[in-house]
Design a binder for this molecule. Structure first.
Ligand code: CMC
Length: 431
């Protein structure tokens, strides 16, 4: 807490309430409005949280105007260039990059926890054959809370650490099992000699009937995508995990609530929505007509993969992915993919159009990630589970940060009530 230098003045009475400024290491200060209601009887009002910090956090920093994204102080582009996803997971969880021995130890811990309980496998059979993998992921991750009774003391750092290893290790296995259920193929057990992303690709695409060799370029592309998606400070799903977790609930249940929040098309579901949109547009000749619809407020159509609540200049993740996208497509011999051509045309028109420029709408991370996933042979309804696997690291880190903070309180927002005023209940015959 630094010196109070802001205040709220009641124009009618002249009464002044001082708002202490909460300073971080980077970015704007926050004004502490926690005592405003107690002192004045009014609430602060900010639906959608455009100006409201829900917490202090030392994990991730975003400067939306400058297009900056830092994990524990390190620029995401440097991490994507020099580190593996598991290394970045260590950084996000522990606050510092690991040395070789720490990385080896952490990596082994993750590999050791990749299997899921055999009876948990049976859960997948209970879903309808065409269930969306995100529905299965939400349900099965929530069910983990029924399996691990040995580590439920949220106050014990060792219990929290085991939870972190289990969650990060098992989420690819669960996502791959959801996919196998969806395509009607047998589940493939994890292969712990493989690295994190190679293991995921193997569990998704191998079948018992024949050998499967993981393409290292595909595994590397996935690894970079996962680094870019690993955390994004107080986004909707992370805030959901924190809110659920603030009640002291089982941590697996808190992560399941984050997965449910991620699924929406305004958030992690956007990568799936981009591909659906490209399919609906059809080809380059239809782009202008589609753009006219996007700009027509009555159409309800949005350009999916464009715009961001925080980034108002460019999304640094999109810049890295865009470059990667071309490399991967070239390696896979898919650089003439008609959907990529269509996406590039949309991007070109949007970047030069006043509607998008005035509103500061730029391509976001999901605009390109779907195109890479598609090129890797990942089906559209698995795009958001891919995002969920990567973001699990951020959710776990935020849950740990929150639950280990001795000042943590249950998250309980207030409201401006707009319903009927006080009225009596009339007997049913008189209504
Ligand atoms: N297409 C067309 N118009 C848009 C779009 C879009 N994608 N996004 C925002 N606008 C317009 C919106 O209509 C509004 O116009 P006006 O001022 O004339 O009413 C203005 O831009 C501001 O929009 P907003 O809805 O107030 O902005 P927001 O900060 O509440 O929403 C957003 C952010 C990401 C939900 C939104 O831009 C959107 O729906 N984008 C498409 C979905 C998407 O790609 N989501 C992925 C986000 S990145 C991955 C992640 O972090 O999950």
């Amino acid at each position: 807490m630094s010196t109070p230098n802001y205040s709220l003045v009641n124009d009618a009475t002249g009464e002044k309430i001082e708002l202490p400024a909460v300073s971080g290491t980077l970015g704007p200060v926050g004004l502490d409005v926690g005592k405003v209601y107690g002192k004045s009887g009014v609430f602060t009002y900010d639906p959608g949280f455009s100006s409201t910090c829900s917490t202090q956090s030392s994990i991730t920093y975003i400067d939306g105007d400058e297009g900056v994204l830092l994990y524990r102080g390190h620029p995401v582009d440097q991490l994507a260039q020099h580190c593996s996803f598991v290394e970045v997971a260590y950084l996000i969880l522990h606050g510092e990059l690991p040395n070789a021995a720490q990385l080896e130890d952490f990596d082994q811990n993750i590999r050791r926890h990749t299997m899921i309980n055999e009876s948990l496998k049976g859960f997948f059979g209970g879903f309808r054959y065409d269930a969306h993998p995100m529905a299965m992921l939400t349900g099965v991750v929530g069910s983990l809370s029924a399996f691990y009774h040995d580590t439920t003391n949220n106050k014990d750092p060792r219990h929290r650490e085991i939870f972190a290893h289990r969650m990060i290790a098992k989420i690819p296995t669960i996502a791959a099992a959801a996919y196998k259920r969806y395509v009607g193929q047998p589940f493939m057990y994890p292969q712990n000699h493989l690295d994190y992303c190679s293991n995921l690709l193997h569990m998704m695409f191998a079948v018992p009937a024949e050998p499967y060799h993981v393409d290292p370029v595909a595994a590397k592309a996935l690894d970079v995508l996962f680094i870019l998606h690993a955390d994004h400070e107080q986004n909707a799903s992370t805030s959901t995990v924190r809110m659920a977790g603030s009640t002291g609930c089982n941590p697996y249940a808190a992560i399941a609530s984050g997965i449910a929040a991620l699924w929406g098309p305004a958030h992690g579901g956007a990568n799936e929505a981009v591909l659906k949109m490209l399919g609906e547009i059809g080809d380059v000749s239809q782009v202008q007509g589609f753009m006219d619809k996007v700009k027509d407020k009555n159409s309800g159509v949005r350009l999916m993969g464009f715009g961001h609540r925080v980034y108002k200049n460019f999304d640094p993740r999109a810049t890295i992915i865009r470059e990667h996208c071309h490399k991967v497509l070239k390696h896979l011999g898919k650089e003439n993919d008609p959907q990529l051509e269509l996406a590039m045309k949309l991007e070109e028109i949007a970047l030069s159009d006043d509607y998008f420029r005035e509103r500061k709408l730029y391509p976001n991370v999901d605009f390109y990630s779907g195109i890479i996933y598609k090129a890797l042979g990942i089906p559209v309804n698995m795009f958001t589970p891919m995002f969920a696997i990567a973001r699990t690291v951020g959710w776990v880190a935020h849950w740990i940060e929150m639950i280990s903070d001795p000042t943590m309180r249950i998250a309980r927002p207030r409201q401006v009530y707009t319903g009927a005023p006080l009225r009596d209940v009339s007997p049913i015959a008189q209504r």
